[in-house]
Design a protein. Structure first.
Length: 437
């Protein structure tokens, strides 16, 4: 069942009760005059006073008094008060929740042409609250509200035509309604319209137009649009190919927790597109997306681990064939480890930062070690802060060490660190699966 929201025009937010800013924030003398008018039976004053008690604007917030005055206005036929009384019954504010009463008052208001009430009545039919569920009737009322320019109704019409909910699927009609609400600044509709241009659904395929709408939504913080804009830059669709811009927009979405963006950012780090190539950071982002069930990210993480395991096994085989000393001394063990990762002793020495890395390795969850890390490195590199946050959240010192050594060391250091991280990840997975100890 689709989730619907009943709107009223008062709070001008996720719950609206007819917004009339001139009626709010009145002086004490104005409020006294308004109360006198309401007491004398002025329906407009009763509606306004009910709104003020509902929002707590100019008077103490009191849901019971809000309903008292709103009902007086509604019973005199005041259309906006009727809608607001419907909202009170729908949400159980100041009265017991009663969907049939909500439906009754919404219909009275809707029949007088109040767009928000028409939308609210549509949601009741759409969700089957107070009336048998009827998608076709819902569409009738949504359309009445949409044709008056009510943005929420226009967006619902676009969605319903796109998915075929209550009407036959019609991408062209969906695009018409998405454009109407997108022109009013609705980020979800802007993204939807951009996606339709990108895929040629209901409109001619036009990557440049897709980018226009993606950008409008992305600038408002829509993670899906930011991801799509990043993809457009990475592929050169509708804009010149620009990996740095691709990273900027993809990171914005990834940092909001959007799994597809997290996977895409991992790909960028793995391939070195717009950022320095860094398999360890790639693995962090793959892990974040995989933890949310993203199948692409799960496959990418497994592939990255398998690739490193294969490299390690090949190096071991080569070392055995060349008669490499496999003694147990610390020096021999260290050299074998370098051989497995394919780097030289000189490269490894570039990673030597004992005061910093040693403290983390000793116990990565010691607060003093973390403080030392942050003091030494600050926020000069976003990857380091990512590693710190990852370490705090998971206790995964291997990933964190890889990232910090990437910054502190050279190319050989990075290669060694990546190798170590992926080996440890693979071993962890084997232990978890009971294949290793």
């Amino acid at each position: 069942m689709r989730k619907t929201t009943v709107y009223a025009l008062l709070l001008c937010g996720s719950l609206f009760l007819f917004c009339d800013y001139a009626a709010l924030s009145q002086s004490k003398s104005d409020i006294a005059t308004l109360k006198a008018r309401a007491t004398n039976g002025d329906a407009e004053a009763q509606w306004k006073l009910g709104k003020m008690y509902s929002s707590g604007d100019g008077v103490p917030k009191d849901s019971a008094k809000a309903v008292y005055w709103t009902r007086k206005g509604a019973e005199q036929g005041h259309a906006k008060a009727q809608n607001n009384l419907g909202v009170a019954y729908s949400n159980g504010e100041g009265v017991s929740k009663d969907y049939q009463q909500a439906l009754y008052w919404f219909r009275k208001s809707a029949d007088q042409g109040i767009a928000v009430a028409q939308y609210n009545l549509g949601t009741m039919y759409d969700s089957g609250q107070g009336v048998p569920r009827d998608s076709a009737q819902a569409m009738i009322w949504y359309r009445k509200a949409a044709e008056q320019g009510y943005a929420q109704a226009q967006k619902i019409l676009g969605d319903n035509y796109f998915f075929g909910h209550g009407v036959p699927k019609d991408y062209s009609e969906a695009a018409i309604w998405f454009r109407k609400v997108a022109d009013q600044g609705n980020a979800e509709a802007q993204f939807a319209l951009g996606d339709m241009y990108s895929k040629g659904k209901g409109v001619p395929k036009d990557f440049e137009q897709a980018v226009v709408w993606y950008r409008k939504a992305a600038d408002q913080g829509d993670a899906r649009a930011q991801t799509s804009l990043g993809y457009s830059y990475s592929e050169g669709q509708g804009v010149p190919k620009d990996y740095e811009q691709a990273v900027i927009w993809t990171r914005k979405a990834a940092e909001q927790g959007f799994d597809r963006a997290q996977n895409n950012l991992g790909v960028m780090y793995e391939n070195g597109e717009g950022v320095l190539k860094n398999n360890a950071t790639a693995a962090i982002w793959y892990s974040k997306a995989a933890d949310q069930g993203d199948e692409d990210a799960q496959a990418n993480l497994e592939r990255l681990q398998a690739k490193n395991e294969g490299t390690s096994q090949n190096s071991q085989a080569q070392s055995a064939g060349q008669g490499t000393n496999t003694g147990t001394s610390a020096e021999t063990k260290a050299r074998n480890e370098l051989d497995e990762c394919g780097i030289t002793v000189e490269d490894a020495n570039s990673c030597h930062k004992p005061d910093l890395i040693g403290a983390i390795r000793k116990d990565p969850m010691i607060p003093d070690a973390l403080t030392k890390w942050e003091t030494a490195l600050g926020q000069a590199n976003g990857d380091l802060m990512l590693a710190i946050n990852h370490l705090r959240a998971t206790g995964d010192s291997y990933t964190a060490n890889v990232v910090i050594q990437d910054v502190l060391g050279g190319e050989g250091c990075l290669k060694w660190a990546e190798c170590q991280f992926l080996k440890q990840q693979a071993r962890y997975n084997r232990i978890r699966n009971g294949a290793d100890q």
